[in-house]
Design a binder for this molecule. Sequence first.
Ligand code: KIV
Length: 619
Amino acid sequence: MERVLRRASSLPGARRSTGACPVLARRAAESGGARGLLRQGRDGTRPSRTVLSPPVRAAVSSESGSKEKKARPLRPKYVPNKIDDPNYVRIFDTTLRDGEQSPGATLTIDEKVQIASQLSKLGVDIIEAGFPRASPDDFKAVQLIAQTVGTRPQEDGHIPVICGLSRTVQADLDAAWNAVKEAAFPRVHTFIATSDIHMEHKLRMTEDEVVENAVNAVKYLKGLGCDDIEFSPEDAGRSRPEFLYRVLAEVIKAGATTLNIPDTTGWNLPLEFGGLITKLRENVEGIDDVVISTHCQNDLGLSTANSLAGAQNGARQLECTINGIGERAGNASLEEIVMAIMLRGQQEMGGLRTGIVPEHIYMASKMVSEYSGMMVQPHKAIVGNNAFAHESGIHQDGMLKSKETYEIMSPETIGLNRTIDAGIVLGKHSGRHAVKTRLSEMGYEVGSDDLDEIFKRFKAVADKKKGIKDEDLEALVSDQLFQNTQVWELLEAQVVCGTMEMPTATVKMRGPDGMEHIESIVGKGPVDACYKAVDKIVKSPVNLLDYSVNAVTEGIDALAVTRVCVESTDERLAYESASGSTRRRNFTAQSSDTDIVVSSTRAYVNALCKMLTVLKNIQ
Ligand code: KIV
């Protein structure tokens, strides 16, 4: 993983890597596209005749877990308003923008850059990196992503487009363009609502005023030098089609290159949404000269179906998020859309394909859920814990006879490699090399410093617990790789509790000043007492919104994973959302230990550290 490999080097260092210059980077991307032609026939697009299609088998990192190099799918040269291959569907990921709008999903700048790096590796065509006007912190994150991920080619030369969201107001447009302009392929996405409900109650604007605002925004962006402009008529799914025809034709004339059609409230049904895309293709003047996109929310659980219906009716950009996170019930999920197109695109969608490298899906999913604190439900398609689990006797019998009986794709396709190779069972006598090998089989390329820490924790757990399972290892890795810089470090936590009346905690921490601080306090219970002691030391008041403990495996010696979500009461952490409302940032973090009190206290400290990191960035 990027973070592990780059950990020692600070983020700005990444700017010095190949392709830091937008022009050179763009050239590298273009020549990479040409090189890619030599690989024709090995991309993920050949016809599938069996249920588990040949392209999927080709993408599987072999059942034995060996790490052969996969060919990345071919992608047409990037031109904002057209795609040379009529079957190529651009994947526009908005995890860092719409996804971060999920309650509790605050990400630090460092986390955003790491997620963007993983999205680039995954082969995402366009990364919507944020809403730069929301806060200085959001601006900085988008700018850093544009300067780093947006200029650094992947091995096939691919560099993702970096996009910033903006309302149609000038200050937003300036912020969005300034944040993305150093990317090799910068884009600004501007939007204004077009449904009667939004125009009347939210905007208090007439249709003419909305058209004028939309057109002026696009022209203004062109004037700034932006030639990749996406326009969204917000709440298109509930807008009058005739008004959509008008506003869309006008923004095309003004210079928009992508028209995104959001079903903002998740209201549409698949046939209806697909029909809307067809109607737009038939009625909007100039629409053949732009790319049509979808942005489907999941309020009725139809976002994936609606996005696919959009593609089947001519949309060639699909907006989505990793794990489907996003406002309210979330967004269309990248992994679902991509795997549906990969598995069924040839047979059922007239040959549609994407440029996604599926073996990076699992790591992207893991990274987003760890950083955002938005857990993936066990039965979530593609990336849920149960997505490849077979419980019933009939199913297990079928699987033993042939995996194709109940699996339409193998877990390895998405980079999930769980089978233990070469009979290695990890325990207290295992060495560093065995742990590193197993982590690598699980998809974690861990750098030496991180491995030292993970190994130390592994030994401590292995001393108390017989047989370390993948789940245990994953919990330890999460603690090390997906947690923030330790502004404050928990050194010791000790509690006295039981049937007596005064549960007492003594906590020792090392502060940013390098000094040790100790406090003791009485609480309602041992965890409450520890949190109070931490508060007394750190002195950054928060509200605890959520607390949960789960055992990673069965048994009395199981590792306990604690997750906490805190809300800052600091006014500096309030921000303006794209919908105009002021929100407070929440911070989620986790930790694991065989001792519940220790894992709970560490998780709380991790959440505070995340909050303090974000606060530091905005000062
Ligand atoms: O849901 C929505 O309408 C949006 C737009 C800004 C595309 O997020």
